[in-house]
Ligand binder design. Structure first.
Ligand code: ADP
Ligand code: MG
Length: 301
């Protein structure tokens, strides 16, 4: 007499076979699965998953681009591969997604610390063209790009101006342009960066600090908006600027403050007023940068 397990197995097999045969009544599905070079016994075990991959494959045949992708994971097709007596399933990238990824591959050269992610998409191409105030800055940046490969690297800028005028956007567009040529950069939202650096005292402080010090292009975004302390001025900003000056590493700043205003702000810490130390920082910034201004309407919504 057959034991219960054998009977159950038989019933399962019969039902697997039935659903496979049902699915194969669609001649296109049949052609698709037999093309996988797996035996019928193997194929049968995966009918519902094969139906899924078949449906994604059909989506892909008709597809015109990522905007209209109907697959579960857009830009990828759930795909079967026959292995010995089994079928493996994986998400395979499509040609449109590959093209898209290639377009943005350079962005890995651009690192954001405490900055909004969309700034990675800043570009000269998409820039508003309606504002004359931006012309001298864009001109400076074009020359910067032309001269970047020279041994004597061009200076960064100290870009001061009104809130929301597009200062950060402009520098990010420049860094993006250079990222396409393989130049690495870091954009730091300075007030927040100080907080995270402080929090890393027990962990990777030195690593973070040295990384910022040595990166080929650096932006200190919104300098002057932080609560200045002796530590941030004399132990962080001072040594980073000193190193970058000595090694001719282009350094950029954006700020709502003019250099004079920044000097006053750097002089005052909770420990008192130190004009000499503030002056020293300003001297380094002046050595490192060309001062430019961007006064324009607020672009933030
Ligand atoms: P700021 O740093 O001067 O305060 P942002 O660079 O943050 O100003 O710009 C404010 C907003 O306007 C952002 O959302 C930014 O993406 C957008 N923006 C600024 N300048 C441009 C530009 N030239 N082209 C397109 N978008 C811009
Ligand atoms: Mg900004």
């Amino acid at each position: 007499m057959q034991n219960v397990n054998d009977i159950i197995n038989n019933v399962d097999e019969v039902s697997l076979k039935h659903s496979f045969q049902d699915a194969c009544s669609d001649s296109d599905f049949k052609a698709y699965v037999y093309n996988l070079n797996a035996s019928e016994d193997t194929l049968m075990k995966y009918t519902s998953r094969l139906e899924e991959t078949f449906s994604e494959c059909k989506n892909c045949i008709k597809c015109k681009g990522l905007d209209t992708c109907k697959n579960k994971v857009p830009g990828y097709a759930y795909t079967p591969t026959a292995k010995e007596k089994m079928i493996e399933f994986s998400y395979v990238i499509c040609k449109y997604q590959q093209e898209e990824d290639a377009k943005t591959a350079y962005q890995k050269n651009l690192e954001l610390l405490e900055m909004p992610k969309d700034i990675k998409n800043a570009s000269f191409k998409d820039m508003y063209k309606d504002d004359k105030a931006r012309v001298p800055i864009v001109k400076y940046f074009k020359e910067f790009i032309d001269n970047y490969d020279k041994e004597d690297k061009p200076k960064g800028i100290y870009l001061n101006g009104s809130f929301g005028s597009g200062k950060t956007y402009l520098v990010a567009a420049l860094f993006n342009e250079l990222a396409k040529k393989g130049v690495r950069s870091v954009l730091i939202y300075y007030p927040e960066f100080l907080r995270s650096l402080k929090a890393s005292f027990q962990t990777n402080y030195d690593e973070q600090f040295n990384y910022i010090k040595k990166v080929p292009l650096l932006l200190f975004d919104d300098i002057g908006a932080e609560n200045c302390s002796n530590w941030s001025r004399d132990e962080v900003l001072g040594p980073i600027l000193q190193y970058r000056m000595e090694n001719h590493l282009p350094t950029f700043f954006t700020s709502n403050l003019t250099l004079d205003e920044l000097e006053n702000s750097l002089a005052m810490t909770s420990s008192g007023v130190d004009k000499v130390k503030a002056r020293r920082i300003i001297e380094r910034i002046k050595q490192l940068t060309t001062p430019l201004e961007l006064i324009s309407k607020n672009r933030r919504n």
